[in-house]
Design a protein around this ligand. Structure first.
Ligand code: TK8
Length: 350
């Protein structure tokens, strides 16, 4: 008996040793430019990508597709490892990691790009894009491309626009039918000056915060409200901590698929081509999926929250309330008014 017990003890110690050894190995993620030695040994280039949304989002599903395309077309010479739910940081942090060469790829909202390239602020203007048609027209046209090119000045290679989407207001205080209903409501916004001004103009009390802290901020009642596309409101389960939803659609936020410029520059041309092709293919996939999800999740949210669908008169009142934002930013240098006028002219012409 004693002998068997001793052997068992030995076995348990051995097992523990193996498990601990493995864990330590897996956690060893301090490598530069994705050169993780434990990864696929056939790979010449290893791309790590992080995003803020969770694994059910259109953005993450598009990344999975991006990975498939890149790995197939390169016969496994390029690998892509995807991380979600801000595991590798929030939008701004991940862009900084790209600049420093600690991360290869990320997909931030355009709003937190503004501190890096001011001209992206044009997308933050409230009620700028009346519909998806105008969105695609501007983003995929010369203005959209010009903005992507500007990212290179700050060490970021802009590949294509994906979609975060039209943003809608949720809150925990009262149903919102018009701008007067948001008075004094504490609302979380992205870290972006125009978003703050927009909500201040409506009489709310906006406070900027990173995405990964939002759920608990609402749960602990640090803020009463937030705004995001329907799919995010549903998939992040904001309905658990928010009662009211209004389809304000007050601003359209693009996502930007971007790479570390330093990493991009050292890629051979044939690999750059593969990555660009995958970016273009996932662009249409992402938008289709995102738009489908937007409609579907609104329906699901109707079972979870008190939903207000604005009529055209109510929507007009919101637009009027935020007009001063345009006056303010036309006169200041904080937005490139030339780009803004250009976008508005093009939208009006179609
Ligand atoms: C995800 C963010 C998020 C954005 C926000 O990284 O912060 O509210 O809408 O989806 O980019």
């Amino acid at each position: 008996m004693i002998k068997i017990k001793n052997i068992l003890h030995l076995l348990i110690i051995l097992l523990l040793f193996i498990i601990t050894g493995c864990t330590i190995n897996n956690n060893n993620k301090e490598y530069k430019n994705g050169q993780d030695p434990s990864n696929n040994i056939n790979a010449e280039y290893q791309i790590t990508c992080g995003i803020g949304l969770n694994e059910k989002s259109a953005a993450y599903k598009s990344l999975v597709k991006f990975k498939e395309i890149v790995e197939n077309k390169s016969n496994g010479k390029i690998t892509v490892d995807n991380y979600h739910s801000a595991e590798l940081g929030d939008d701004r942090e991940m862009m900084e990691s790209l600049q420093q060469g600690y991360l290869e790829m990320t997909v931030p909202s355009s709003a937190p790009i503004v501190p890096f390239v001011t001209d992206f602020s044009v997308f933050d203007m409230p009620f700028l894009f009346p519909d998806y048609e105008t969105v695609d027209y501007i983003l995929d046209g010369p203005i959209g491309q010009e903005l992507l090119n500007k990212l290179s000045d700050v060490g970021l290679k802009g590949l294509v626009y994906w979609e975060n989407g039209y943003r809608n207001l949720t809150n925990n205080i009262r149903p919102v039918n018009g701008p007067e209903d948001v008075k004094d409501i504490k609302i979380r916004t992205m870290e972006n000056a125009i978003h703050l001004t927009t909500w201040r103009e409506m009489g709310a009390r906006p406070t900027p915060m990173v995405f990964s802290e939002l759920y608990s901020a609402m749960q602990q009642k640090v803020v009463d409200a937030q705004e995001n596309p329907f799919s995010t409101i549903y998939l992040q389960k904001y309905y658990e901590v928010q009662k009211y939803l209004t389809d304000t659609r007050h601003v359209y936020t693009p996502f930007v698929l971007m790479m570390s410029q330093e990493y991009w520059d050292q890629l051979p041309n044939n690999y750059k081509k593969i990555i660009m092709e995958a970016a273009m293919e996932t662009r249409s996939y992402n938008r289709q999926l995102s738009r489908k999800m937007d409609a579907e999740y609104l329906e699901l949210l109707k079972d979870e929250m008190e939903v207000t669908i604005l009529n055209s008169l109510q929507r007009k009142r919101f637009k009027e309330a935020v007009k001063p934002v345009y006056d303010e930013y036309y006169n200041e240098n904080s937005i490139n008014s030339e780009i803004l006028r250009d976008v508005q002219d093009k939208i009006n012409s179609i």
